[in-house]
Design a protein around this ligand. Structure first.
Ligand code: NAD
Ligand code: MLT
Length: 310
């Protein structure tokens, strides 16, 4: 029987599908060395964002046929190394779209009304209503960077809340943007005009530090930025400086240059920042969706059927 290694927490629905055709071992928290030692006996590997699948691990996976990422981004897999070895890499491009979009909207509203800090103050026994006077999003301008699956859903929800919409996405047509109620603009215009900016782009060489000190300097003093896409799209040191100096009003981050977030100037900031531990896809519904989606693809490959590669 084939053997599958699951190295991150995956919903049981996915394990049940894999178990139809393979022996499934769940081993969470393997070090890179333990991974290299364990991988030779496995035909398939299923991961989330917690495992980094390097060239060394792939090269040790002599029997590996498929690596499945129960999520969107395959940026934690060395895909060129896998391809060289004839290993298919698959993902779940749509299973957590709604979860990630709703997290971005939740971050925008929580940031505007200082909900995390207000909640913490009441739990400490305080009753401070002056410190937490917020801002409305109604009639404000939201700049959506990346009008793909998640960005489109965020735009639709924001429009329903009465927001005006700008979008920057060089790969999307003006018609598509207009269908979603967005004015398609260059990134500088978006930075200058938006009251809220939400990032929904992949991390690529072009998007790494897209939001750097120069970009932050173009934003309005009342602007708030939300990143539920990928760490490293925002230069965290520059963001911390901009927030400290009051150059922008706030930021909400779900993803970080290094995860888990360790020592960081962002952690010393106050109610103007919200930090969540990569929770964009963390809903029961999304975890069932991505687990089933990717487990079915792994099962099919183990049965000799064709795969849909990421
Ligand atoms: P998608 O592929 O549907 O959309 C991405 C959009 O970005 C596309 O429309 C593309 O044209 C655009 N784009 C690409 N390069 C760009 C650039 N240089 N400038 C502007 N736009 C550019 O992807 P998606 O499913 O909407 O996911 C968006 C991001 O969210 C990805 O980075 C994904 O990994 C991340 N994500 C995070 C979580 C989380 O847990 N926080 C969950 C799901 C997805
Ligand atoms: C993804 O790429 O789907 C997200 O980062 C979510 C995750 O895997 O937790």
């Amino acid at each position: 029987m084939a053997k599958v290694l699951v190295s991150d927490p995956i919903d049981q629905a996915g394990i049940d599908i894999l178990s139809q055709v393979a022996t499934v071992d769940v081993k969470i928290g393997l070090t890179p060395e333990q991974f290299v030692q364990a991988i030779p006996e496995y035909d398939a590997l299923m991961i989330r964002s917690g495992s980094r699948i390097t060239k060394e691990i792939i090269e040790a996976g002599h029997q590996l046929k498929i690596i499945g990422r129960a999520g969107v981004g395959v940026d934690n897999v060395d895909v060129p190394a896998a391809t060289r070895q004839g290993i298919v890499v698959v993902n779940s491009p749509e299973g957590n779209t709604i979860a990630a979009a709703e997290h971005a909207i939740a971050m925008m509203l929580a940031l505007s009304r200082y909900i995390p800090d207000a909640n913490a103050s009441v739990k400490r026994g305080e009753w401070d209503r002056k410190t937490f006077v917020g801002a409305e999003v109604y009639k404000k301008t939201l700049g959506v960077v990346g009008l793909g699956k998640i960005g489109s859903h965020v735009a639709t929800a924001a429009k329903a809340m009465g927001m005006k919409l700008l979008a920057y996405d060089p790969f999307i047509s003006t018609e598509r943007a207009e269908q979603l109620g967005c004015r398609l603009v260059e990134v500088d215009i978006l930075l200058q005009e938006a009251d809220y900016i939400t990032l929904h782009i992949p991390k690529t060489p072009e998007t790494t530090h897209l939001i750097n000190a120069e970009a932050l300097a173009k934003m309005k003093p009342n602007a708030r930025i939300i990143n539920c896409a990928r760490g490293g799209i925002i230069d965290e040191a520059a963001l911390a400086e901009a927030l400290k100096a009051g150059k922008i009003a706030g930021a909400a981050l779900d993803v970080f240059e290094e995860e888990p977030l360790k020592e960081s100037p962002l952690r010393a900031l106050g109610k103007e920042i919200i930090l969540t531990p990569h929770l964009g896809a963390s809903t029961t519904e999304a975890q069932v969706n991505v687990a089933i989606d990717v487990a079915e693809q792994i099962r099919d490959v183990l049965l000799g059927l064709p795969a849909r590669s990421a």
